[in-house]
Design a protein around this ligand. Structure first.
Ligand SMILES: [Zn+2]
Length: 79
């Protein structure tokens, strides 16, 4: 199992913000990769599919946003 930080591109400022969510995956990507790419040819685990429903906090505008584009949600290996 590998642990990943989940980050999402911001709809407001365009930066990549951490969601504060960590996930552990078997067979996940070795380096930073979008969930769209990481699960291109397979069904994503429930925990990954649910990321599109999460709200992400933008520290620049001080509001939350939803990022539903799998190409803009990234898994970043920890450690
Ligand atoms: Zn932002």
């Amino acid at each position: 199992m590998a642990m990943y930080n989940v980050c999402a591109v911001c709809n407001a400022c365009g930066d990549l913000h951490t969601t504060g969510i960590t996930v552990s995956l078997n067979g996940g990507p070795a380096s930073k990769q979008s969930i769209e790419e990481a699960f291109a040819n397979k069904d994503p685990p429930t925990i990954i599919a649910e990321l599109k429903e999460k709200r992400v906090h933008c520290p620049k505008i001080g509001r939350q946003y939803a990022q539903r584009d799998g190409k803009k949600i990234f898994l970043i290996p920890m450690g």
